[in-house]
Design a protein around this ligand. Structure first.
Ligand code: NAD
Ligand code: IPM
Ligand code: MN
Length: 357
């Protein structure tokens, strides 16, 4: 297998965690006789510093021509006062749009060895295996107008929440397809009691659901869903929701796993390269200290092996190695341990090598 992988380390802890994930991918390539080529570009704040913009046309083009993209995280206080159009986060949104990756898969499967790392009672975590499918290229993040202006001397800011039936249908269809190889249940999350866009979401989701008679679909409002995530998380299988609801609910769901630093993601479109990134940000509060948890990024690399490179066995091997290192209690401080980023990475590499001997 030959793969051209673009690496965008980004800002803050981004470079610290992507370094470990690239080492894991290199080890997999070596052990299984694959050829992975890695090309790195400055992205986000690092690209603002170097080129004056968070994502250059060359970087976007290289990503579009790659097999897959691995991203750390972008943003941080250093770039918070730049113009909104060139914020680090705007570069990430531009990349997602450029790649057309409309579905962001965020799995949450708490490891029983980490039950004490979650503030939730252990019995609530039993059997939790949730896959959130977050719509990624529509909604409030992209709708126009998006503007602040003065009306009668008062500042008025507007964001726009727009969804087309086509945008809703394709992400719900993907969620239903994924549910077929799981417990065959999809919860579509909206705010249809208030928002017009959510009423279209629910109507379209229902129509798409009828294409999948073997998948049970239910609809839930986002506010009570936020509660259910912490009161009965095991009651979910696949959850599909719009961009901003998915952003918020998955940071909440990371509490089930024990740390935001554990959660991976895969962003997929209709063919073309996938984008793989942990769900966390650049963590400015711990950046540069060598204590960031690299597991979310390493598990994102495993998702890359599975979804973009078609290497499910290699993906499972990486996931098993992470589980073993968790069982060995080699943990960063966010999970109550004392290990550094590099020790966690090296331990995962050692487990990978041992598994394949
Ligand atoms: P954050 O996710 O960076 O951090 C939230 C908390 O979780 C912090 O206490 C942090 O230390 C901790 N944390 C996050 N990842 C961790 C890891 N791997 N190991 C250990 N602890 C970890 O969110 P924030 O502080 O609200 O945002 C910081 C910056 O990151 C902002 O500029 C934001 O826009 C950006 N951001 C970027 C992305 C992305 O690039 N995909 C995602 C979220 C936030
Ligand atoms: C995420 C982040 C991003 C988002 C930001 C940095 C644009 O929070 O990937 O979850 O809101 O999508
Ligand atoms: Mn987020």
């Amino acid at each position: 297998m030959n793969a051209d992988i673009v690496v965008l380390p980004g800002d803050g802890i981004g470079p610290e965690v992507t370094r470990e994930a690239v080492m894991v991918l290199r080890a997999i390539a070596e052990q299984f006789g694959h050829t992975f080529t890695f090309t790195e570009y400055a992205f986000g704040g690092a690209s603002i510093d170097k080129h004056g913009v968070p994502a250059t046309p060359e970087t976007l083009q290289a990503c579009a021509q790659s097999t897959a993209v691995l991203l750390g995280a972008v943003g941080g206080p250093r770039w918070d006062s730049v113009k909104p159009e060139i914020r680090a986060e705007a570069g990430l949104l531009a990349l997602r749009k450029h790649l057309g990756v409309f579905a962001n898969l965020r799995p949450v499967r708490p490891n029983p060895c980490l039950a004490s790392a979650s503030p939730l009672k252990e019995h609530l975590l039993k059997g939790v295996d949730l896959l959130v499918v977050r719509e990624l290229t529509g909604g409030l993040y992209f709708g126009t107008p998006r503007v602040t202006r003065l009306v009668n001397g008062i500042a008025v800011a507007t964001d726009t929440l727009t969804y087309t039936a086509t945008e809703i249908a394709r992400v719900v269809r993907l969620a239903c397809t994924l549910a077929r190889s799981r417990k065959k249940r999809v919860t579509s999350v909206d705010k249809a009691n208030v928002l017009e866009s959510s009423r279209l979401w629910r109507k379209t989701a229902t129509e798409v659901g009828s294409e999948f008679p073997d998948v049970a679909m239910d609809h839930a409002l986002v506010d009570s869903t936020a509660m259910r995530i912490v009161t009965s998380p095991a009651s979910f299988d696949v959850m599909v929701t719009e961009n901003m609801f998915g952003d918020i609910l998955t940071d909440e769901a990371s509490v089930l796993a024990g740390s935001l630093g554990l959660l991976p993601s895969a962003s997929l479109g209709d063919g073309g390269p996938g984008l793989y990134e942990p769900i966390h940000g650049s963590a400015p509060d711990i950046a540069g200290r060598g204590i960031a948890n690299p597991m979310g990024t390493i598990l994102s690399a495993a998702m890359m092996l599975r979804y973009s490179l078609g290497l499910p066995e290699e993906a499972a091997l990486v996931e098993r190695a992470v589980d073993q290192v968790i069982a060995d209690k080699v943990l960063t401080p966010d999970l109550g341990g004392t290990a550094g980023t590099d020790l966690v990475g090296a331990s995962i590499l050692a487990r990978l090598r041992a598994a394949n001997q």
